[in-house]
Unconditional design. Structure first.
Length: 266
């Protein structure tokens, strides 16, 4: 509640507003809760995937293996000189619950899934209550703006090392175009992962939902793809927040920012 008071004091003194509200409390809370939920869902999901892989190739001579993730596990295990126990199980042992954990993984996966769905509902409530949804809506200028931001991020480290000026593209809204594109896609991916999950969980009762994904394996492919997209978003997101500075991190903790000026947080 300190931010509105500081804004009022700045206005009374005739000073520029340098502190502004940024994130609703529900948006902040669900943002942080989503992190352990996502990692738990990925770990249990990989253990479920081990029981019946959907991405298969022709049987390998000698091993009869058909799973691409087993191939990747073998490659990583040899590279790290790590004995994973079960051939090809490196990925499942290090990023999942391990092999032979189907029953445990299924129970925990669905327990976490219910929390994930509930968390998503509170996130949407926070977006609506705080008006943050307006900042996520795509804009005609987002295409060129996203390209400009990608160019900026790609050149930031080289230009810093060469000590050359590398100005940040002008941003006149709460998020830059690349952020807006990424953040807008997250709820869509979340909805797809939930719908495809229900299509797999209740194919007989929700046959119409399964048919939306063509068939059962289609739902599995969409579910797996959304998992990869959501999981791969975390690392660059954290890296870019760290690069952007303390104010960006603080705004997701306390809800206000010192860099967002009056009228620019929508």
């Amino acid at each position: 509640m300190a931010a509105p008071r500081q804004i009022a004091d700045s206005k009374a003194m005739g000073l520029p507003v340098r502190v502004a509200p940024k994130h609703h409390v529900l948006v902040r809370l669900t943002h942080w809760v989503n992190v352990p939920l996502l990692f738990g869902l990925i770990a249990t999901g990989l253990s479920i995937y081990w029981a019946s892989p959907v991405f298969k190739h022709a049987a390998a001579p000698g091993t009869e293996n058909r799973d691409y993730l087993v191939d990747a596990g073998n490659a990583v295990s040899r590279f790290l000189h790590d004995d994973a126990g079960v051939p090809g199980a490196w990925i499942y042992n290090h990023f999942g619950l391990g092999t032979g954990s189907l029953g445990e993984a299924l129970r925990l996966h669905w327990a976490l899934a219910y929390f994930f769905m509930l968390n998503g509902v509170f996130y949407l409530i926070g977006l609506l209550a705080g008006g943050g949804w307006r900042s996520l809506l795509p804009r005609p200028s987002d295409g060129p703006g996203a390209v400009a931001m990608i160019r900026f991020y790609m050149g930031l480290v080289p230009m810093t090392l060469m000590r050359r000026p590398w100005p940040h593209p002008v941003v006149k809204s709460k998020y830059n175009a690349l952020q807006r594109t990424a953040y807008f896609s997250m709820p869509i991916l979340g909805a797809l992962v939930v719908l495809s999950g229900w299509a797999m969980h209740k194919p007989a009762q929700l046959g119409w939902l399964e048919r939306l994904f063509v068939n059962y394996d289609g739902a599995r492919i969409v579910h797996f793809g959304c998992m990869l997209a959501l999981g791969s978003f975390v690392v660059p997101h954290v890296a870019l927040v760290a690069a952007d500075g303390w104010d960006t991190f603080r705004s997701m903790v306390v809800g206000w920012s010192r860099r967002v000026k009056e009228g620019s947080h929508e």
